[in-house]
Ligand binder design. Structure first.
Ligand code: PLP
Length: 496
């Protein structure tokens, strides 16, 4: 039986506690490096999760998660009862020699261009890979009707192979565009000609298209602060000057932006449910925003990412529904209402942009699958989408209530909770100036996810908070997890 690595090799696992890179990522990178550079040979046994966790002083769950990830990717193999082994037959010779950069070495990519530097600094990749409970924005994936969806996918494949197995339509499946237009009329009060709907591979592709088509180098984009991370970063990458606009009780603070910033070429906003604060933009603010846009030749992105989930009262119609001057690009996604891996979303564009967006979508890599588009069209036509949303809304309301009550019971010393009547997450303000990045990492060590509000910020907002997702966590285990969360925060406070 091959032996697991001894003390010398364990030193190859480098964990820096003061790094901004989460511990699980550091461990993951160390393991891959040791495997690829041959320090861990094919067939060699890895330390047990307990041993490695003890050696490094980190949680065993973190080690377990990382092992599962490298096993899933084929770097290692698990043998029941025997342990975890470096995969046999890995041709590490085929990999370029990997050297470990010394701390002072700058990764060369950031010297290439300003764009490479902005990309390297982005935190938007946080949504990839494994997540632990309370990661914001994760739907109840275990409740998704997989069998039913498979039936729709199989039918979409079989319907008309020459059509469905091809690239599809330049602006996306016509039946899906019509179903979306109907859904927007019913649910969001919008009157939309389906020719204005462009199918994308999610909201993110819609933001990329909008920035690519509309922005010139140096244009100013007013952006909610705090605000959606990946949307902000893509505006920066496209060369925009992204200006932070605070959010008050009525939504994006327009007067502040007018006073402080240059004219906006584009404004990014989440009026239904501000990301992450949860504010609903007031009617007065909506009208003022539209009138600013009309008078200043400004475009608006309305990101309506989770408006399906409202737990009290009727939602205000979309900003877009009031947009008689057609200045708004309305963005929707199925990542929250269905599941992210389907990679489907849409953007409703002013009529004169429909052709340009369809072409740009294809030039930049179409991404969405014509098969998934067809399946989604039929899923919506048969009322399955509305049915699924209705179920999830009931479930998420319960999960929200359980999380709120558990946090109120266990964590009132540390957290000031903000009630939310919509969406999939809540904001818990940290008391006593506790650093949110540190708190986030301490929770991760305890197997609990969150996002620090600081990652949503272009400029500090003067308070710290954790953003906690409730939609993806079984309500029966929430109280237990919250106890663990409280313990982690207690431990952090006594260590301070
Ligand atoms: C504010 C906001 N908009 C949009 C999205 C969805 O992005 P996509 O549709 O690309 O998955 C997210 C996902 O986290 C989000 O938080």
């Amino acid at each position: 039986m091959p032996k697991s690595p001894g003390g010398a090799l364990l030193q190859g696992f480098t964990i820096e506690r003061d790094s901004s890179v989460p511990i699980y990522r550091q461990l993951d990178a160390s393991l891959r490096r040791l495997i690829l550079d041959g320090s861990l040979a094919p067939g060699q046994k890895l330390p047990s999760t307990r041993e490695l966790a003890q050696e490094l002083g980190i949680s065993r769950i973190t080690v377990k998660n990382v092992y599962e990830q490298i096993i899933a990717e084929g770097y290692a193999q698990a043998q029941t009862g025997a342990g975890t082994f470096v995969a046999d037959g890995l041709d590490t010779e085929a990999f370029p020699q990997i050297h470990t950069p010394r701390r002072k070495d700058k990764p060369s990519v950031i010297e290439i261009s300003g764009r490479a530097r902005t990309i390297a600094a982005s935190k938007s990749v946080a949504r990839y890979g494994e997540t632990a409970p309370f990661r914001p924005g994760v739907p109840a994936l275990d409740q998704f009707p997989v069998k039913l969806w498979n039936k729709y996918m199989a039918e979409a494949m079989a319907r008309d192979a020459r059509r469905s197995l091809s690239y599809g339509q330049v602006n996306g499946n016509a039946a899906l565009r019509k179903a979306i237009a109907r859904h927007l009329a019913d649910a969001r009060g919008m009157k939309v000609d389906s020719e204005r709907v462009i199918i994308t591979s999610g909201a993110q592709q819609a933001f990329v298209l909008i920035a690519f088509v509309l922005l010139n180098q140096g244009d100013t984009v007013w952006y909610e602060n705090p605000g959606h991370i990946a949307g902000r970063d893509v505006m920066q990458i496209m060369g925009a000057n992204v200006a932070a606009v605070p959010v008050d009780g009525e939504g994006l603070d327009l007067d502040h932006a007018i006073r402080r910033h240059q004219r906006a070429a584009l404004i990014f906003t989440t009026p239904s449910h501000q990301q992450p604060l949860g504010t609903t933009m007031s009617l007065g603010r909506r009208l003022a925003l539209l009138s600013y846009a009309q008078e200043n030749n400004t475009w608006i992105i309305e990101d309506d990412y989770d408006s399906e989930f409202r737990y009290r009262g009727r939602p205000l119609p979309a900003l877009s529904a009031l947009d008689s001057a057609q200045r708004v690009f309305y963005v929707g996604t199925f990542s929250k209402s269905m599941f992210a891996a389907m990679r489907l979303g849409y953007v409703v564009v002013p009529p004169e942009f429909a052709g340009t967006f369809a072409t740009a979508r294809n030039l930049l890599g179409q991404n969405s699958s014509a098969v998934a588009e067809e399946a989604m069209a039929r899923f919506m036509e048969d009322g399955r989408f509305t049915e699924h949303i209705r179920k999830m809304r009931r479930l998420y309301r319960t999960r929200r209530d359980v999380l709120f009550e558990s946090l109120a019971r266990e964590c009132s010393e540390f957290l000031e909770l903000q009630r939310t009547d919509a969406g999939m997450h809540m904001v818990a303000w940290l008391k006593g100036g506790m650093d949110d990045q540190t708190a986030h990492e301490a929770l991760l060590e305890a197997g609990i996810d969150s996002l620090p509000i600081s990652v949503y910020c272009i400029e500090p907002i003067g308070r710290t908070a954790l953003v906690l997702g409730f939609s993806g966590v079984d309500e029966r285990i929430i109280p237990r997890l919250v106890k663990r969360l409280a313990e982690a925060l207690k431990g952090l406070r006594s260590a301070r």
